[in-house]
Design a protein around this ligand. Structure first.
Ligand SMILES: *[C@@H]1O[C@H](CO)[C@@H](O)[C@H](O)[C@H]1NC(C)=O
Ligand SMILES: *[C@@H]1O[C@H](CO)[C@@H](O)[C@H](O)[C@H]1NC(C)=O
Ligand SMILES: *[C@@H]1O[C@H](CO)[C@@H](O)[C@H](O)[C@H]1NC(C)=O
Ligand SMILES: *[C@@H]1O[C@H](CO)[C@@H](O)[C@H](O)[C@H]1NC(C)=O
Length: 570
């Protein structure tokens, strides 16, 4: 017991003793003595002196043999036969002896001999505040949904205090908080209990659990308290939809990324918990073009490529993804998938028109072909330049957009080169560049730009006299590098220096073969030599020709038989 408590208990005892004496005097006839003592006095404390109260002198006390007779097993109090004091003999706990009764008495009888006399001693045990209120359960768990409406009441356990009157439970106090208020209510039997009243809506997402302290107070002096912890567990309701980390996700993809690549990952979070926060993802309003291209992992939110992309087919896909929580709340986000061009298309070369063959006398700058180039890529990847592979007498120049002109660049000569393989190369500006080529086999057509040419600058023919008439004596030949008509040579005799006879009776030439025939038998004595001008003319238009001088010498013959010199020895 505390010192302070003890002192106040003693003061109280002194005060009641005084009242007791008055009571004893008053009740003398009833032979009843009444004391008031506080509970829990220390063993050996004096409750009162019976000798004094009964007016016994020290001598009387000795022979009258004052002693107690009690029917109770418990000897809470004893009387000293020596001095007549009433002592506390055992612990006097009011709560144990009387429980909740307001009036608590301990009775005993005092007996005196000579003459024998009996006194009733009645001791009122007064309550002191030696018990604090105590909660039956000092850890109270309260589970409540975050959707609980304000005004809802929660019955919290009660506290008990075995003391009585003011010393017993008087009130409850709740620790300050913004959600709950306390209402103290009283049962018919006077027992007070506490109720919590929800004042404002709860939100598990902002505060998942609350710790409140409920204090029970008694009215004693000093006041004693007991506390209980209230753990409020706010349980989840699906009051939050999933939220994407972005409203719109944008991604740039190269058109050549392989199938199976990760395109993008979307992510949504849900402030709820449990299944209310379990999110699944799926595409919504997926255009048919995108359906085969993308796959969405419904748990992870990862989008994969399932088919090759083609920038030239689709430059951008816009799809939306829904996130759905286990409670059925849905949120959407937009996804923009932009495809960037890669140099995956080879330029194409098309011949819009070709002038083939071209004559060899074409002027420089003559158009041979109009060429169209195309590349389905864009930007540098689609920008095409054209050039010729090798150094040929041709050039290629840009005409209009995507058109090039193939033209002659230098004079041509069919007789040197009658055809050309012109390889046109088209290259784009991608990295690495792609190129293609096309070859035109250009024919050069002939122009009659060459006159026939004789093998020799002049010819000499030796013919023995008395030759048979009509014998061929020589064959003359000219060449023309042109072709066809332009090289078809016709031979003829232009002039001769034979004055005596018409030339045709002396000599002739085959117009196609150039074979020269003697038309008569020559006579050495008549003339020994003569000259001819032979012309070779081609079939061109206009024709070209050239001439050559042929000298014919007649040889004298003696006794030898004549000999024909054909073909002539050169
Ligand atoms: C709160 O309540 C939920 C649902 O009843 C339970 O799963 C959870 O364990 C509780 N939390 C605490 C801290 O008691
Ligand atoms: C042109 O190419 C063709 C086929 O490759 C070949 O047969 C021909 O000889 C070439 N002509 C020239 C003049 O290079
Ligand atoms: C032309 O194209 C063919 C086939 O595409 C290729 O084999 C050849 O090397 C190319 N030629 C040139 C000169 O680029
Ligand atoms: C024969 O050729 C020469 C030069 O080769 C020419 O000067 C002359 O005019 C030609 N004669 C005839 C008749 O064509």
């Amino acid at each position: 017991m505390e010192r302070r408590h003890r002192r106040s208990a003693r003061a109280l005892s002194r005060q009641v003793q005084f009242l007791l004496i008055l009571s004893f005097i008053h009740h003398n006839i009833a032979q009843q003595i009444h004391y008031f003592i506080p509970e829990e006095m220390t063993k050996g404390s004096i409750v009162g002196n019976l000798a004094k109260e009964l007016g016994l002198s020290e001598r009387e006390l000795k022979y009258r043999k004052l002693h107690s007779v009690s029917l109770d097993k418990m000897q809470y109090l004893i009387i000293s036969a020596d001095n007549g004091n009433l002592y506390v003999n055992d612990r006097i706990d009011r709560e144990e002896i009387c429980r909740k009764s307001l009036l608590c008495l301990v009775n005993l009888e005092a007996v005196m001999e000579n003459p024998r006399n009996v006194f009733h001693i009645s001791v009122t045990i007064q309550d002191i505040n030696d018990n604090a209120p105590k909660f039956l359960n000092d850890n109270i768990n309260l589970d409540t949904s975050e959707l609980t409406l304000p005004g809802t009441r929660f019955l919290i356990g009660k506290a008990e205090d075995p003391d009585v009157g003011l010393n017993s439970l008087q009130n409850y106090i709740l620790s300050p908080n913004q959600y709950f208020s306390l209402e103290v209510r009283e049962r018919k039997d006077g027992i007070k209990y506490a109720e919590l009243v929800l004042q404002k809506p709860l939100d598990r997402e902002s505060e998942q659990s609350l710790r409140l302290i409920l204090t029970a107070l008694d009215g004693g002096e000093p006041r004693k308290t007991g506390t209980a912890h209230i753990w409020v567990n706010v349980t989840d309701a699906n009051d939050n939809p999933p939220i994407f980390t972005q409203d719109t996700y944008t991604v740039n993809l190269k058109e050549n990324i392989p199938v199976g690549s990760v395109v993008l990952q979307v992510e949504a979070s849900d402030k709820d918990e449990g299944t209310n926060a379990q999110i699944t993802y799926h595409f919504t309003n997926l255009p048919p073009t995108a359906k085969q291209k993308f796959r969405l992992d419904s748990i992870k939110g990862t989008i994969y490529l399932t088919e090759l992309l083609d920038f030239e087919e689709t430059e951008e896909y816009t799809v939306s993804v829904a996130a759905k929580d286990g409670g059925g709340l849905v949120t959407h986000c937009n996804i923009e998938i932009k495809i960037s061009d890669e140099n995956d298309n080879i330029p194409e070369i098309q011949l819009a028109s070709v002038f083939n063959p071209i004559p060899e006398d074409s002027e420089s700058g003559n158009l041979i072909a109009l060429i169209n180039v195309k590349d389905r890529d864009i930007g540098d990847n689609g920008e095409v330049t054209c050039y010729l592979q090798s150094d040929l007498p041709f050039k290629i120049l840009p005409s209009s957009k995507n058109y090039y002109k193939l033209m002659t660049d230098r004079p041509l000569d069919r007789e040197k080169a009658s055809q050309y393989n012109i390889t046109i190369i088209a290259t784009d500006k991608g990295t690495p560049p792609l190129s293609t080529n096309k070859t035109i086999l250009l024919q050069i057509s002939d122009i009659n730009d060459n006159a026939p040419a004789f093998e020799k600058a002049s010819y000499s023919i030796y013919v023995p006299e008395n030759n048979p008439s009509g014998a061929s004596i020589f064959q003359i030949q000219a060449f023309d590098p042109d072709v066809d008509q332009n090289s078809r040579i016709t031979y003829s005799i232009l002039t001769s220096n034979i004055e005596e006879l018409p030339i045709s009776s002396c000599i002739s030439i085959h117009s196609e073969t150039g074979t020269i025939y003697a038309q008569r038998s020559f006579d050495y004595e008549q003339f020994r030599e003569f000259q001819l001008q032979v012309k070779a003319q081609d079939g061109g238009s206009p024709p070209l020709s050239s001439n050559v001088t042929v000298s014919v010498f007649i040889l004298d013959r003696n006794d030898n038989s004549p000999q024909i010199l054909s073909p002539s020895p050169e």
